[in-house]
Design a binder for this molecule. Sequence first.
Ligand code: EPU
Length: 421
Amino acid sequence: MDKLVIEGGIPLKGEVEISGSKNACLPIMAATLLTDDKCVIHNVPHLKDVDTTIKILSSLGVRVKKEDKTLIREEGKYTGVTASYDIVSTMRASICVLGPLLAKKKEARVSFPGGCVIGPRPIDLHLKGLKALGTDIRIDGGYIIARAKQLRGANIYLGGHFGSSVLATANVLMAATLARGETFIHNAACEPEIADLANFLIKMGAKIEGYSTPTIRVTGVKSLHGAEHEVTPDRIEAGTYMLAAAITNGDLYLKGANPGHLIAVIDKMRESNCYIKKINLGIRAKRDKKNIKSVAVTTLPYPGFPTDMQAQMMSLMCIANGISVITEKIYPERFIHISELNRMGSHILLEGPNAIIKGVDSLSGAHVMASDLRASAALVLAGLIARGKTEVHRIYHLDRGYEALEKKLVKVGARIKRVKE
Ligand code: EPU
């Protein structure tokens, strides 16, 4: 296993190129199961989760190859309908092969994804939506076994206890493209990753209206054809580097970042004394004033503040003037980074889903353990400003979602290296 060793204290300056979005790319790759034609997807990041999705597609009999940042799904029929436990258990997003398999093959066997360190992650909304389209679903031996003679369009309310669901929307949307008749998905997720998926499906011949709004209308078609698509830039990666600029008191230009996808993050960063500006085809981020100001942040479905930026924002608040409160409304247990940040000298108290952060002047380097993808990024941000050396262990999480993280950071001045444990 690798670890990252960081010597903190360097203001990051220069340009970082933002990669294609992980969370847009994975459902788009799954959507290629809806056709037997060739699909070409550009701007695909080099990430462990992408490799895992390639493994799933290959295990189903789909021929896939990746040439640099372009993924080619070759023309040809596939016969597999099972996504097995050994692959699915390593990546929750594997669940998004369920909808397309069902639509194309009329049956699917997908291992139950289970919970993870960010808290319970149920799939009731996925199953509810697919059942409404006429699917017979049972759970057997840890597998979701889904069958449908003919999917039929339906009126589906997809809201849950914590609001809309991104991947449930993706699954039902993909299945509905080949259903007979019209489907309305109410309380659909409005995340840019869903819009990117919808755009790809439309290129494949799907009839979809209203995406990026809470009601998506899908008119089923008989078949979908191949398509070529470029994946949208990763807003969470961009947001993480915006915070890297602010926390280190540096100045970064994030090439390719889309400020339109980051409105809530930009708003909160500006409130905390950061300067964020759209420049050419990207974003410039730095501090506006010497000191970071404490702010109150609540995570919410898009366009609210993303849960995937909560941990990284907390790192910035660790060194803000005053007391900030971060409330997690999507995954109320997504706080494992708190104990690790406190090891570095921060003062964070957890009260239910509210983290109360009393800003300190500085953090000090320590051994810390990465627990999930975004928590790992938060620890790296903290390490970049900590006095002395920080060692972030178990960084395989980072490789799931941040392309070439340490290379990008080194290029803008960070002292960070990957070391074998
Ligand atoms: N939920 C249910 N029932 C369901 C599905 C979800 O109650 O059937 C709940 C969840 O427990 C959570 C809320 O609904 O409280 C939202 O979860 P959602 O379904 O939107 O999450 P997801 O689609 O499984 C995606 C991202 C996550 C991101 C969330 C929220 C991908 C591959 N994953 O997950 O990304 O946190 O949306 O925005 O798109 C990450 O990249 O680090 C990551 C965890």
